[in-house]
Design a binder for this molecule. Structure first.
Ligand code: S3P
Length: 168
């Protein structure tokens, strides 16, 4: 199985990525974490010192490397991964793409817990964060909605994935 988990920040990609990889016994990669390891600094520092463009190039390249090096995998992408270069097409051609798309209030609530780690939203209050999420999500939707599997519920379980991802 080759699975790419996509979705906005706070959609639950890392949480469900770990659960599903354990459940299906798949090698698991959190794309942000692999980049952080290889660059030797947190994502926020990469943005601040090397710039967002550099980060976007790294995420496109590292994703392709992980897919080339592994026969089976589950990769939890960063929120912006599918929206730059031709990464969405690449993922659709090389595995199953799954878009986690919970409600905006749920994502905002989760984002407030680990906001410091995310350079795009570091200084935003609740209202600003909600407005930012609505706007950015609308911009990114055309990419996310090219996913082969779309999960838009707030309440999901392993069975939700079992039912939707069978022959991957
Ligand atoms: C980003 C999402 C982050 C991380 C970076 C940029 C984005 O990943 O890649 O801060 O553009 O949405 P998470 O979705 O895991 O927070």
């Amino acid at each position: 199985m080759k699975l790419f988990l996509l979705g906005f920040m706070g959609a639950g990609k890392s949480y469900w990525g770990k659960q599903l990889a354990a459940h299906w016994d798949l090698p698991y990669f959190d794309l942000d974490e692999v980049i952080v390891e290889r660059e030797g600094m947190p994502v926020a520092d990469i943005f601040n010192t090397k710039g967002e463009d550099y980060f976007r190039k790294r995420e496109a390249a590292v994703l392709r490397e992980l897919a080339a090096e592994n026969d089976r995998f589950l990769i939890s992408c960063g929120g912006g991964t599918p929206c730059f270069s031709d990464t969405m097409d690449f993922m659709n051609a090389n595995g199953v793409t799954v878009w986690l798309n919970p409600s905006i209030p749920l994502m905002v609530e989760r984002l407030q817990r680990k906001q410091y780690k995310r350079p795009l939203i570091q200084d935003l209050g609740t209202e600003e964060l909600t407005a930012f999420t609505e706007k950015k999500l609308a911009e990114r939707q055309p990419f996310y909605e090219q996913s082969q599997v779309i999960i838009s519920d707030d309440e999901i379980t392993l069975e939700t994935f079992e039912k939707l991802i069978r022959h991957a």
